[in-house]
Design a binder for this molecule. Structure first.
Ligand code: ATP
Ligand code: MG
Length: 300
């Protein structure tokens, strides 16, 4: 049963955003009991229910206030926003955080034999896409008279099937385009997954307090993933040179080493990874026991 006091979060049921969204929820301490068939999953340790739906439905669920939060790709969010605006429907939401997964781009691609020179080459052409609003906005901004043909799937075969002259689809590696004899020509939108919140002013104080507790945890998880804990032994004489090689090491922890007068231990939380080249330079300065470790959580 659903309970209006529980925070409702919409995530994609199965697809490219599902695993990463669930992993993020777990990483911020939300215990979930997900059963594959079920639309709803209850958290066992927080007042949270997960609504597992098709990603197309997530922006609307948030904008209509049916759920409080949603994890969604910016491409889908922007498309649904334009669609609702065109239909005169409310399209309010707040982006709480841009996340570190779901990266892709919406691009126009043409068959290899298409003689593409610039956007103007699309004049009078038909372009198949699942994102007609984003595509038409691009046509308008580029001053091109072309037609967006809506297809919900198999967009990449449209030119071969004679349905369109070009396509506009999501790309990450470009392998699908290549396999279908298509050439990427224009990037019209760059997307990542985002966490959005309803913005209808109807959210209770209790729920807002829970959201305000969870969002800093998301920052902590993302920051931790990008950071490393670095430890090494360094000759005292070269301390300044060593520090200048360590990213983010303005104020490292410097500890004496028992029984070693000329050597110190350095510990530092680095906002980025340490490259092999830097480790080799540190070694050349006489450093030893250089350790680079992942960080699981961070706060403050
Ligand atoms: P659903 O059944 O939920 O409607 P879908 O087929 O529309 O699923 P997916 O293919 O699972 O959606 O993609 C979901 C989102 O993942 C995309 O809208 C986009 O934001 C993101 N994404 C990341 N990389 C890619 C990619 N290479 N191709 C497609 N989508 C990608
Ligand atoms: Mg979809």
């Amino acid at each position: 049963m659903s309970d209006s006091r529980r925070l409702r979060i919409a995530i994609q049921k199965s697809g490219r955003l599902s695993d990463d969204s669930i992993a993020l929820l777990k990483a911020i301490g939300i215990k979930l009991n997900i059963r594959d068939r079920l639309l709803i999953a209850h958290s066992t340790n927080e007042n949270i229910d997960l609504l597992r739906v098709r990603d197309d439905d997530i922006p609307g669920l948030v904008m209509d206030g049916v759920v409080d939060l949603g994890f969604i790709g910016e491409n889908e969010l922007e498309e649904k926003m334009l669609e609702r605006q065109a239909a005169g429907k409310a399209a309010d939401f707040e982006v709480l955080r841009r996340l570190d997964y779901g990266g892709c781009r919406l691009s126009i691609a043409v068959p290899n034999e298409f003689n593409y020179e610039s956007v103007k080459s699309l004049e009078g052409k038909k372009v198949a896409t699942t994102y007609p609003y984003l595509l038409e906005r691009f046509f308008k901004e580029s001053g091109v008279n072309a037609k967006a043909v809506m297809l919900t799937g198999s967009v990449e075969v449209a030119p071969r099937a004679g349905v369109a002259d070009a396509i506009c689809d999501l790309v990450s590696t470009g392998a699908t385009l290549e396999a279908n004899g298509l050439q990427e020509e224009e990037v019209i939108f760059r997307s990542k997954a985002v966490l959005i919140q309803r913005a209808d002013g109807e959210i209770s104080d209790e729920k807002q307090a829970l959201i305000n507790r969870l969002v800093p945890r998301i920052d902590g998880v993302i920051q931790a993933k990008e950071s490393k804990y670095i430890m090494l032994h360094a000759p005292k004489a070269y301390l300044e040179q060593v520090k200048s090689l360590l990213p983010g090491a303005e104020n490292p922890t410097v500890l004496p080493l028992a029984g070693a007068e000329d050597t110190v231990a350095i510990h530092v939380v680095s906002p980025e990874n340490l490259f092999w080249e830097t480790m080799e330079k540190l070694k050349a300065l006489g450093c030893s026991s250089i350790l680079v470790m992942p960080i699981e959580k961070m706060m403050g």
